[in-house]
Design a protein around this ligand. Structure first.
Ligand SMILES: Nc1ncnc2c1ncn2[C@@H]1O[C@H](COP(=O)(O)OP(=O)(O)OP(=O)(O)O)[C@@H](O)[C@H]1O
Length: 812
């Protein structure tokens, strides 16, 4: 991979303290971070105590980096990058790093704290603390065991923000959540007895845990921070933090504390706020670097090109975030730029039940195996529980699948990977299947107060964005029963129903936009919704004019007459005949019955070629033999009734051929298309009169009357006033493509150069020949071996003009 200029500059920047790198998904942030590590190691580690740290938030990303660069270094490309086992270089994740400091502190102080796991233990202690404090705060309705989960979250947030005093908590903006969960009796407003009660609750809860030698995860982080602030044992000359937007304030302060300030030292924060998906993150909520002690004025760089995904996937993903005011107005938002790499549009499917969903995944993955290795395919869901069924189902169908273990992921195993949206952050796979994008799952607003809905929805929208931007080549998205509201935010033009189809997923057409309503019986019918969606697709995506579409098309089956829901006809040799029949069913109502019905209609009509059945969620296309066809055949020019003459114009001035389309009823309506480039010429047309006939054989009498006109682009002629046209009689010029019935375009002139095709008058009769002067004689040469050349003295020949083009008579 060759870095672009901006990326290379960042890698090779002379280290001068702190720097923020903002970048969009897939812009090479991680790639830059890793190369930067190598650059600093080689050039800016002079002293024996100089050390470099590359830290990630996500553990899976850490493994992914090691996996990737292991591979690269095996290939000899980045031998110096595989530095994890070298003394002065550490690549690790923040939790591991902080846990080590916490352990050191515990050992130093001979303390035996354990993490309070599982969550039930913490809830139990929380309930105990609530009971003990209830009487002290009788008016705080939030102090109830039923809110213990919510209170745990709030306390975790206080610690993550390194809030060390009640006064600080009373005044801090509560970004990420403005109130209690759904049904909460009180808002957590500033300077309130509620905030005081929560703070005291935290102290009590921590003490109760400590009594059992327990601490929670956030306290462990605080202890780690204290350890490095107090002891100065661990320090790094250079620190690079990937995914900075996800770190809590405590974690960021920890990193600041282990950074040793040297004149050639550096601290690079790499971040993308659009991918900030954690409630407790600090910078990701739009807070400034100044809040953790770094002034970034003039110290920010941006990477805006997404190299990972195709233009089609990027457009869909950007369409999603463009809907979110909170994301767009964030000061650190970077507008993504597209690179020109094209592929399939993202595929979206909705299923009415789990069985259909699982069947689709199995079928599709079986097909995908023709193009991709299993390990390059990753199934992603919001929650682990949603992946379990799928994993089991695939395994039963002999498709190896496994949930990637966060602690020790095996990226090389030849099996489909299953991951949650959170743990896939920072990673990429050739094919991503984002499953269960169901309303209620994403977003899950069940526990959320109305006021907080927008905030939580932003977080979950970002989660979907993260998932979508993991795909290199192909992105599938699925929902079961009810699609996530976010899918409605993605313009349906960016999505397809199947990999090799142009068809967009079902979308309800508003009744005022229904087409062919004069043929519709019940505008409010359920089946009509699906039919109208398909009509819209046939017209807008497959380009059939609605004049070729008929509803309730009659089909005679022996003595019985049936009616097909929709028939598309085409013209063949100017005769209209049915091309395909369609049966539409109400949304999600299944296709079996419709397919049987349509098969009998196909048999009954001798001309129709294909049948299509759809219920909006599924669509089958088959021919008369019952063989399935990949896509609906698009409308082609020859399917339409002939309304134009189609001819070829050969331009002698540049020796190029053009398609010349003239309206049958109005010769002035002309379209000229360059045959090589297929581009339509956008030039003013000039009228050229057809003034008579010219012999291309024996001379015939020159006539001078206006019969007709042709219209030509201005660039084809030299001067309109000097241009005329003649209809060709005879066949003496056939070797250069001028035939009987063609119209030649002539520029009026009295002289000619050798080789010009001229109109010459001999004894008042016009003939067309190639002009060859021979001293005082002129040879007029036919371009047909059957005709002898004519030799005449120059004074006996009058040149009337030079042929500059020919409009062929034959229809193409
Ligand atoms: N200049 C480049 N030319 C070609 N490919 C590139 C370039 N820069 C990055 N890539 C590729 O783009 C993909 C994304 O890179 P990387 O993971 O470093 O981006 P990122 O900004 O960290 O992404 P994210 O934040 O979405 O995880 C990788 O496959 C990488 O190899």
């Amino acid at each position: 991979m060759k870095l672009n200029v901006e990326q290379r500059r960042l890698v090779e920047l002379e280290p001068q303290g702190h720097l923020a790198v903002k970048g969009v998904a897939g812009s090479g942030k991680t790639s830059v971070a890793i190369r930067r590590l190598s650059f600093l190691k080689e050039n800016y580690c002079f002293e024996p105590d100089d050390k470099i740290l590359l830290v990630t938030f996500n553990k899976t990303l850490l493994h992914f980096i090691n996996y990737h660069y292991d591979k690269l270094s095996e290939a000899g490309t980045y031998a110096s990058l595989l530095a994890t086992n070298e003394k002065n270089t550490t690549i690790t994740n923040i939790d591991k790093l902080m846990f080590q400091s916490f352990r050191k502190r515990s050992n130093r102080r001979n303390a035996r704290y354990q993490l309070a796991e599982p969550v039930q233990k913490r809830l139990q202690v929380m309930n105990q603390a609530i009971q003990q404090l209830m009487t002290a705060f009788p008016d705080v309705a939030l102090l109830k065991p039923k809110y213990s989960r919510f209170l745990l979250d709030e306390i975790s947030w206080i610690k993550a923000c390194d809030i060390e005093a009640l006064e600080a908590y009373q005044t801090i903006d509560r970004l990420g959540r403005s109130s209690g969960a759904s049904g909460m009796p009180q808002k957590i407003i500033k300077n309130s007895s509620t905030r005081e009660a929560i703070y005291r609750l935290m102290e009590r809860y921590d003490q109760l845990l400590l009594d059992e030698d327990l601490i929670d995860f956030q306290t462990m982080n605080i202890m780690a921070l204290k350890e490095v602030e107090e002891t100065d044992t661990e320090s790094y000359t250079h620190i690079i933090v990937d995914e900075s937007q996800d770190l809590t304030k405590t974690q960021l302060l920890f990193l600041r504390a282990i950074h040793r300030d040297k004149p050639y030292g550096s601290f690079m924060f790499v971040a993308d706020n659009t991918q900030s998906i954690y409630a407790n993150s600090w910078l990701g909520k739009g807070r400034s670097y100044a809040s953790i002690g770094y002034d970034m004025s003039g110290r920010t760089r941006t990477l805006s090109k997404n190299y990972r995904t195709t233009t089609e996937i990027s457009k869909a993903a950007y369409g999603l975030i463009a809907h979110d005011e909170a994301i767009m107005s964030n000061v650190d938002f970077v507008k993504p730029a597209l690179i020109d790499r094209h592929g399939h549009a993202p595929i979206y499917r909705l299923f009415k039940n789990h069985a259909d969903h699982l069947a689709f995944l199995t079928d599709e993955i079986t097909k995908l195996q023709n193009d991709y290795a299993l390990k390059d395919i990753c199934i992603v869901a919001k929650e682990n529980r949603l992946l379990e069924d799928i994993e089991q189902h695939l395994t039963k169908a002999d498709i190896p699948a496994h949930q990637l273990k966060v602690a020790a992921p095996d990226f090389d195993r030849e099996a489909i990977k299953c991951l949650t949206m959170h743990s896939i952050k920072g990673l990429e796979f050739k094919v991503i299947l984002l499953v269960h994008l169901d309303e209620g799952v994403l977003p899950n607003l069940k526990q959320v107060d109305q006021e907080d809905e927008a905030t939580v929805a932003t977080e979950e929208r970002k989660l979907l964005y993260v998932g979508m931007t993991r795909a290199n080549d192909l992105l599938y998205m699925t929902s079961v029963k009810k699609p996530s509201r976010f899918l409605r935010e993605i313009n349906v033009d960016h999505l397809r129903m199947l990999r090799d189809q142009k068809l967009h997923p079902y979308q309800t057409v508003p009744i005022p936009e229904y087409r062919l309503t004069d043929q519709v019986n019940d505008l409010n019918g359920k089946e009509e919704k699906v039919r109208q969606w398909l009509i819209k697709e046939l017209v807008e995506t497959y380009h059939y004019p609605d004049t070729l579409i008929a509803l309730e098309y009659p089909v005679q089956q022996f003595s019985k007459r049936g009616y097909v829901d929709l028939a598309v006809s085409i013209y063949k040799e100017n005769e209209k005949q049915p091309y395909f029949f369609v049966e539409t069913k109400a949304l999600g109502s299944g296709l079996e019955e419709a397919k049987a019905q349509l098969t009998s209609y196909l048999q009954a009509d001798t001309q129709v070629r294909y049948g299509i059945v759809t219920d909006g969620l599924e669509l089958l296309i088959f021919d008369k033999q019952g063989d399935y066809v990949t896509d609906i055949p698009p409308c082609q020019p020859q399917f339409l009734p002939q309304t134009e003459h189609q001819n070829v114009y050969h331009n002698f001035r540049n020796q190029k051929d053009y398609r010349y389309l003239a309206d049958k009823d109005d010769a002035r309506q002309v379209t000229v298309i360059d045959q090589a480039s297929e581009l339509v010429l956008d030039e003013t047309l000039e009228r050229v009169p057809v003034i008579g006939d010219v012999a291309a054989g024996v001379p015939i009498a020159a006539t001078q009357h206006f019969e007709d006109s042709v219209y030509l682009p201005r660039g084809f002629i030299i001067r309109q006033a000097e241009t005329f046209a003649l209809t060709v009689k005879g066949d003496s010029m056939i070797n250069i493509g001028i035939d009987k019935g063609d119209i030649v375009i002539v520029h009026r002139q009295q002289t000619a150069d050798a080789g010009d095709v001229v109109i010459a008058l001999i004894d008042g009769e016009a003939t067309m020949k190639t002009y060859r002067p021979m001293g005082s004689d002129i040879l007029l040469q036919s371009e047909n071996y059957n005709y002898e050349p004519i030799i005449m003295h120059a004074s006996d020949i009058e040149i009337n003009g030079k042929v500059i083009g020919v409009l062929k008579n034959n229809v193409v």
